[in-house]
Design a protein. Sequence first.
Length: 86
Amino acid sequence: MGLTTTANWIGNWAVAQFTPVLLGALGFGTFFVLGFFTGAALLLALWLPETKGIMLEHMERIFRDKLGLGQDPRSRLECGEPAYGA
């Protein structure tokens, strides 16, 4: 929770520091730059899987499936399958 709050504060500080500079350099174009980053964040939020109600033990599998990384070799040991073929 502390890391999330720190990241939020740093992000707010960066926007507060760079907005006047960008307004001076780009004028109204500043809002297009900020809108682009807002749109990118929205697309990332829509792409990430929903984790509400999912047990912590299942998170790795959900993200491996989403990223297309395949099965973790350690998970085969838990299922009783041989780790290096038979």
